[in-house]
Design a protein around this ligand. Structure first.
Ligand SMILES: Nc1ncnc2c1ncn2[C@@H]1O[C@H](COP(=O)(O)OP(=O)(O)OP(=O)(O)O)[C@@H](O)[C@H]1O
Length: 517
C-alpha cells in the first residue's frame, strides 16, 4: 500500500457572512511533491491554506496529517505539526541579520549564537540555499530575502512548506532559482504546497496541480498532462476566447512628461533614489517601467503623484488637452485634473480595509461625481456606482456593505482598478495593476485599460510581471538604481532578455536600443 498523503483534507467547509469560502473541499498532497493550487480570485485558495496553517478553523470537515486526524487551532500548532508558511509579503526586519531574523521566536531550537549559526549554514547547504548568517537583510535582494523566509520555516522544523504566490515579486532568473530550491526541498524529503496565478510556472515546477472553483476543488491533475490553457479553462469552467493582435493607439500628443526628476533618500547630502529621470508618455500610450523591486520605482511613482518632495519638473495634460507644469501642485489637485492611481500597496494606499466597499469607492475621489454634489457627499449615487463597478469588474462579493477586508486579494484589486478607471483618467499611474489577480480578471482589466487607451489614456505602468509589461506596453524603459538605463521594444524582447537588462547583467543586448535622452 502507498504511503498515506502528508496532508489530506476531507469535506472542509468554511463560511463567512454571506459567503461559503470553502465548500466540501477534498485534497490529498503526496509526500515529496510540489503541489500547486490554482483558481480564480475568490475561489478559496488562501482560506484553505489558512485552515491548513491553523489561522482559521473550518466549520466542517477534517484534516489528516500522515493519515492521523489532527486539529490545528493556531499557527503554533501547525508549526509543531511540521507545517510552515511563507507569506507573499515578507515579514523580515531589514536592520537585523539573517541569523537574527531566522532565530527570533525560535531561540529554543539552537539558541542565538554559534549553534544557531551552524544550523543555518547546515540547512542552507543541505537545501542549496546558501546565505551568510551575519549579512544584514537590508543588503539582500528579493530572491535572497525569500530564501531567508524559507529558511525561517525550515529552521522551525517544517516538513511541509506552504508558499503564497511566491513568484509574484521575482524576475525570471530568480524564479528559476526558487524552483531549483523547491525541487531540492522535495528531493530531500520535504513537501511543498504553493498558490500561484502563473499557469506556465505552475506547470514548470509542480508535480500535481489542484484547481479550485467557487470554493471547492474541482480537479487534480498531473502537471505533465495539462496545458496552461486547459488549466485556465478548468479554473473558469468554460472555454476562453483567444486574444487577437491589437492596433496601436499611440498618438503624438504628450500626456505626461518628466524632466530631471530626482528624489533624495532624505537628510542632507543624501543619495538620490530617483536620479534625474526624464521620460514622456503620449496620449494613447502605455510606457512600461521594468526594474527589480527597490530601484526607485516606488519613489518615482510618489514624485508623479506629488506624494513626496522631488526636484525636476512633472508636466501633465488635463482633460481639456492643456499641458501644465504640476510640480508644485498638491496630490489632490493632480488627481482632480485627471491623474488616476493604482498603488503598489493596496492595503496602505488604496483601501480602508475596515470600511464598506461603497466608502472605498469614494476614497481619493470624495470631491468628484458621483461621490459628491457641490460640497456635499452623495452617498446614494456613490453606492449605486459601487454596484455598477462590482458588476462591471466582476468583483466577487455578497454586497457593497461588506468591508474591503472581507474580499479576497484579487477582488480588492478589481475594485481599485474599477474605481480609478471610472473617473476617466487622462493619465494613469499603475503599479502592479493585476498583482494577485487571476488570468481571467487580468484579461478583463487589460481590456478596460485598452479601451481607455483608444480614447487617449496615457499609462505609466510599473509591473514586476514581465509578461504583463511586455503584453501591455508600447515602449519599455528599464530602471536601475534610480536611473533609466535602457529602452527595449516589447514586440521583440523576451522575458529572459528583459530580466537580464533589469539586473544590469548583460548591458544593452540585441533587444535593447539604448536609453532615450
Ligand atoms: N475574513 C473574511 N471575511 C469574510 N469573507 C472572507 C474572508 N476571507 C475570505 N472571504 C471570502 O471567501 C472567499 C474566498 O476567499 P480567498 O481569499 O480564500 O480566495 P482566493 O482564492 O485566495 O482569492 P485570490 O486569488 O483573490 O487571493 C471570497 O469570496 C472572500 O471574499
Amino acid at each position: 500500500m502507498d504511503t498515506p498523503p502528508v496532508i489530506e483534507l476531507r469535506g472542509i467547509t468554511k463560511r463567512f457572512p454571506g459567503v461559503v469560502a470553502n465548500r466540501d473541499v477534498t485534497l490529498a498532497v503526496a509526500p515529496r511533491t510540489v503541489h500547486a493550487l490554482v483558481g480564480e480570485n475568490g475561489a478559496g485558495k488562501s482560506t484553505l491554506m489558512k485552515i491548513l496553517y491553523g489561522m482559521q478553523r473550518p466549520d466542517e470537515g477534517v484534516i489528516l496529517l500522515g493519515g492521523a486526524e489532527t486539529v490545528l487551532a493556531s499557527p503554533a500548532e501547525a508549526i509543531a505539526a511540521g507545517i510552515g508558511m511563507v507569506h507573499q509579503h515578507f515579514m523580515l526586519a531589514d536592520n537585523l541579520t539573517v541569523l537574527e531574523n531566522v532565530v527570533i521566536g525560535a531561540e529554543k531550537v539552537a539558541g542565538i549564537g554559534e549553534r544557531a549559526r551552524a544550523r543555518i549554514r547546515e540547512l542552507g547547504s543541505r537545501y542549496g540555499m546558501r546565505l551568510e548568517p551575519d549579512a544584514l537583510v537590508e543588503t539582500l535582494g528579493v530572491g535572497d530575502r525569500q530564501r531567508v523566509e524559507i529558511l525561517k520555516v525550515l529552521y522551525r522544523g517544517a516538513t511541509t512548506i506552504i508558499l503564497d504566490e511566491p513568484t509574484a515579486v521575482l524576475v525570471p532568473q530568480e524564479v528559476d532559482e526558487l524552483f531549483d530550491n523547491l525541487r531540492e526541498l522535495t528531493r530531500e524529503g520535504l513537501t511543498v504546497v504553493f498558490i500561484s496565478h502563473k499557469l506556465d510556472e505552475v506547470r514548470a515546477v509542480a508535480d500535481t496541480i489542484t484547481v479550485m472553483r467557487r470554493g471547492t476543488t474541482v480537479s487534480t491533475v498531473r502537471a505533465a498532462d495539462v496545458t496552461s490553457r486547459q488549466l485556465a479553462e478548468l479554473m473558469v469552467g468554460s472555454e476562453l476566447p483567444t486574444a487577437g493582435e491589437r492596433p496601436s493607439t499611440v498618438t503624438e500628443r504628450v500626456a505626461l512628461q518628466l524632466d530631471g526628476v530626482t528624489v533624495l533618500a532624505g537628510g542632507a547630502g543624501s543619495r538620490a533614489i530617483v536620479d534625474g529621470v526624464s521620460l514622456t508618455v503620449h496620449a494613447g500610450e502605455v510606457l512600461g517601467i521594468a526594474g527589480v523591486e527597490g530601484n526607485g520605482q516606488a519613489e518615482l511613482v510618489d514624485a508623479v503623484l506629488g506624494l513626496r518632495d522631488s526636484a525636476g519638473t512633472v508636466r501633465m495634460v488635463d482633460a481639456g488637452g492643456t499641458l501644465h507644469d504640476v510640480s508644485a501642485w498638491s496630490t489632490r489637485r493632480r488627481r482632480e485634473a485627471g491623474l488616476g492611481f493604482i498603488p503598489e500597496d493596496r492595503h496602505r494606499q488604496a483601501l480602508l480595509l475596515e470600511a464598506p466597499l461603497w466608502e472605498n469607492r469614494m476614497l481619493g475621489h470624495q470631491t468628484q461625481a458621483p461621490n459628491s454634489r457641490g460640497v456635499l457627499l452623495d452617498t446614494r449615487n456613490a453606492k449605486e456606482d459601487t454596484r455598477r463597478i462590482v458588476a462591471e469588474y466582476d468583483v466577487r462579493t455578497p454586497g457593497i456593505d461588506v468591508t474591503a477586508s472581507a474580499l479576497s486579494g484579487g477582488n480588492q484589486q478589481k475594485l481599485i482598478v474599477g474605481r480609478e478607471m471610472s473617473h476617466h483618467p487622462v493619465v494613469l499611474v499603475a503599479a502592479h495593476p493585476t498583482r494577485g489577480v487571476d488570468v481571467g480578471a487580468q484579461a478583463a482589466i487589460w481590456g478596460h485599460v485598452r479601451r481607455a487607451q483608444e480614447a487617449g489614456l496615457a499609462v505609466l505602468l510599473i509591473s514586476a510581471d514581465l509578461d504583463e509589461l511586455i503584453g501591455m506596453s508600447d515602449r519599455i524603459q528599464v530602471v536601475l538604481r534610480g536611473r533609466l538605463v535602457a529602452e527595449v521594444d516589447p514586440r521583440t524582447v523576451t522575458p529572459e532578455q528583459l530580466g537580464a537588462a533589469m539586473t544590469g547583467a548583460d548591458g544593452p543586448s540585441a533587444a535593447t536600443t539604448g536609453a532615450q535622452p
